[in-house]
Structure formats: C-alpha cells, structure tokens
Design a protein around this ligand. Structure first.
Ligand code: GLP
Length: 244
C-alpha cells in the first residue's frame, strides 16, 4: 500500500481531483467506482470546480457507485443517488446512461445485485475504485462479521453504521434503512486500482488496523492489503494512530 498524508482534506481532495481528471483526459472511457458519504464531498467539490474551469469531457466516462440504501430511490432525499446527483453528477457533463447505481427500489433486490455485477463486467471492470471507510472498518456496506460477501449483495447495517448515516435522515438513526445493497469484497478488489480516502481522528484506529493489522473479516478494509495497487490518502487526523 502506498500511504500519502496531507495537511488537511482540501489538499487531499485537490490532489486526488487533479489525478482523476488527468486520468479522464488520458483515458476518456475510464470506469470509476465511487463512494457516497461525508469523506468524498471535498473531492466532488474539486471535481466540479476543475471540470468547469478546464472544460473536462466526461461524456464517455462510466461510473459505478459502491452502495445504496434498500427501499430508497433517487427521489428520496436520504438516498445515495440523491446525494451523488446533488454533489457531483448534476454538475458534470456526463451521460446519465453512463451512471451506474444500485436501485434500492428494485422489486427483486437479489436480481438487482446480479444486474449490477453484470453491468460492471460489461463495462470491462472498474479502472479506479475510490473508497471511504466506516469507523468500524467497513468498505461499501461490507460490515465487520465472521463472513463476508464476495459479490454485490443485500447487507444488514450495524447500529454504528446507521448512526453514522443518520445525518442524511434528519439526525435520526431509526430512519436510516436497516438494509442496503453493496458491492462485495471481490467486486471491490476486482478494480484495477484502488484509492482509499480517510479523514478525521475517528477513522485513525481502523486505518491503522487496515494498514498494519492482520487481514480479518472483522475489519473488512484490511483485505485491501492483498490488492497490488492501493493508495491510501489520509489527512492528519486519520493518519494519527498509524504514525504513532
Ligand atoms: C458509509 C458508506 C460507505 C462510506 C463509509 C464512510 O456508511 N456505506 O460507502 O464510504 O460509510 O462514510 P463517511 O465518508 O461518511 O465517513
């Protein structure tokens, strides 16, 4: 793993934003895996601003988001689709047909998961997967457990994860859906390159375990150690315990 530390999250976001837009310029058919959550918001701001400034062509870029809440559609304010539209997609000159998202309102969620795996494969796989990390070490909605799913699946959220996502639901964890759809570990590790971003002290402990600890299903992000091309981009807070 390549570890990179930044003084603050804006510097991290600016650097990663430049790198991604450079890749888009060199490979217009880039396939990007994207996370929702708080962490990538500065990155999405950087991508919006630089796309407008440099007139970046996103018309052939394809994206696949990591996860989505079960029972919510793009019109629901708490959905990751709504967040992604507001924070990124509606500001980019991207073809809506090239935006891949799991549909939390699909009548058959298992079939929706199979559709998503097939869509990623049909796109030729993910070139660069951007990841956040939950304070409990989850990636996507692959929660710490005795066993993990390889492929896109329906996940049951742990109380800590519902708490962490409550901000999207008026601060009320009980309004956070109990289930979600998520890429699995093999889906994520199948990306040709992975960039993990983590900011804030509350991430420091799991980041340290992810980088230095044993590989364990109790810390799903630790599986990134087996991938040959992972860059971990941290602010001071998230780097803290790693350096200690
Ligand atoms: C959430 C999402 C992940 C996200 C992670 C970190 O629950 N399922 O996709 O990367 O947890 O979220 P945040 O960036 O808000 O800390």
């Amino acid at each position: 793993m390549k570890i990179q530390r930044f003084d603050h999250e804006e510097a991290l976001a600016a650097t990663l934003g430049e790198r991604l837009l450079d890749r888009v310029a060199r490979a217009p058919r880039l396939v990007l895996g994207l996370p929702a959550g708080r962490t990538p918001l500065a990155l999405y701001r950087a991508l919006r601003e630089r796309t407008a400034r440099d007139r970046v062509d996103w018309s052939r870029v394809r994206t696949f988001n990591l996860d989505e809440f079960a029972g919510l559609g793009g019109r629901d304010a708490g959905s990751y689709r709504a967040v992604m539209d507001a924070e990124l997609f509606s500001h980019l000159p991207i073809d809506p047909a090239n935006i891949g998202m799991l549909d939390g309102l699909a009548p058959d969620l298992a079939a929706e998961c199979r559709r998503y795996e097939a869509a990623i494969a049909a796109a030729g796989g993910i070139d660069i997967q951007i990841l956040g990390i939950g304070a409990n070490g989850h990636i996507g909605f692959n929660e710490p457990a005795g066993e993990l799913h390889a492929h896109t699946h329906v996940a049951t959220l742990q109380p800590a994860t519902r708490d962490a996502n409550a901000v999207l639901f008026g601060g009320d964890p009980d309004r956070v859906p109990a289930r979600a759809l998520s890429m699995g570990m093999a889906t994520i590790l199948g990306a040709r390159e992975i960039v993990m971003i983590a900011t804030g002290e509350e991430k420091a402990e799991c980041v340290a375990g992810m980088i230095n600890g044993l590989i364990t299903t109790r810390l799903p992000a630790s599986f990134l150690q087996v991938h040959p091309r992972v860059t971990v981009m941290l602010d001071q807070g998230a780097y803290g315990a790693y350096s200690a």
